[in-house]
Design a protein around this ligand. Sequence first.
Ligand SMILES: [Zn+2]
Length: 435
Amino acid sequence: MGLALALLFVVNAFIRSPSSEHLAARYFSTLEIERGLQFSQERKLLFWLATGLQFALLASLVCSPWARHLADWFARITGGRWFLTLFLVATALFFLIEAISLPVSFASLEVSRAWNMTDRSVESWLIDRAKGLALGAVEWYLMIGGLYALMAWFPKRWWLLAGAAAMVLGVVYALVMPEWIQPIFNRFTPLEDIYLRKRIEILAQKAGVEISDVEVMDASRQGRHTNAYFVGFGPTRRVVLYDTLLQTHTGWRPETIAAMSGSAVLGGPLCAASLAAERQSAGYDELETILGHEIGHWQHDHIYKGLALGGLAVLAGMFLMSRLLSAAVGRAPFYLKSPADPAGLPLIVLLSTVGGWVAMPVQNAVSRGFERQADMAALELAGKPDAFIEAEKRMARDNIANVAPTPFNTWLFSTHPPPVDRIEMAEKWKQREKQ
Ligand SMILES: [Zn+2]
């Protein structure tokens, strides 16, 4: 029954939606819709592959005596020292998970390459992967060490303390991420374009938020993906623009050059120059709406709300986990000696992973709600619905987005509303403004 449901879930992710495609055809060409669908299906295939492999690994450990045997074997090596045994079980599990996820990650690099979304070398990719692994290891040991220490010291109320600790950690992580973590992978420089900075200041003033910093990230290192995001809070909050996004909006695009040479032939150099100026100004208007969206996230305190909701979800998850771990004590196939038994670690990781999947649609629904609010703020602040629509179209094209996802796909995977929905929102806003 469970397996059939899971299969239905997976299969549903690959079904096309004629009604969505029909709607998308108003704004995108057949080729663009087709390419977006194809690219998203290839990536989804990899996602399900990674998910299936991880689930199979954890489930085979948990639903067999292997986890028990592994922990007992390590306990013999360490002379029964609990914390050292835990460390060895955690290390084994960390490398097992990495070993099965590495090939899938490599395949997704190759898919990106095949779609011309990146031309980075395998070497540079591996270096980033190694950095990520080192960072992941620090987080992994801290979380597992902390969780087990709480379970050992507070056998009854550990879930409450773990939930509270997760909230504090979430806040600290959000605070230090832009300063300590992201610079490990990319270089961040202040936005130099004074003209654009001025526009942002005006937007922020209108929104009543204090602008801390606008930075440009060298995302072109990793590929051609374009994006902008907001991050951090308090003293570290900032808006980050991908250099690829700046390039596509303020730089020379091939189609601009083609249109310019066309108009130079037909109308002379003056005509070409005025076309270039027009395209340049349109690019800035689009950037303004994108930045208006990011400022909208601040205006609505989405970071605080996200942290609070995430913290509550972790607290609920910890409570559930404490009940399940207690139930697994002395029972086949787990044979845990106590909830803090290192042999229970694969079960803890499996429960957290499954919890993450179950929470995914809820988390995405909340995220889409936030994104809609930020979109509305962008429309209100910049007051340029046409530029908003153009920016949406351009980002969708540049990122080979799936512009016609099925409602099921949106519900399960999308952190943002589909591009067509966002365009429709801008169209409606424009209609309302006209009245
Ligand atoms: Zn957003």
